[in-house]
Write a protein of this length. Sequence first.
Length: 104
Amino acid sequence: MIDSVVDAAKASLVADLFAVPAIEDYVVARWAYLNGLKRQYYWSAAQALEKLLKASLISANVGVRNDKHHIAKMSTKLEALGQGLRSQSPSQRLSHTNLSGNTI
């Protein structure tokens, strides 16, 4: 019971702090691009990418504290995570480990 509450709280926090702001940054980036604001476009697109990478990694229980704003470093971590998933069977992919280390 506690594990599911913690997982739900984590998912909500990741969405509120990273996923939703990433979508907003993406919308701003698109608007800036369409209006010829190149600097704002690049800034907002980079912010969206960083937040989506962090949301993905945190959701997969991969630490990002030391990554700061290193998009390439986080991208490499996410790619390695994907490589590991491809080597698993479909049933292994469906199960995951919660914050307490229990496989569910």
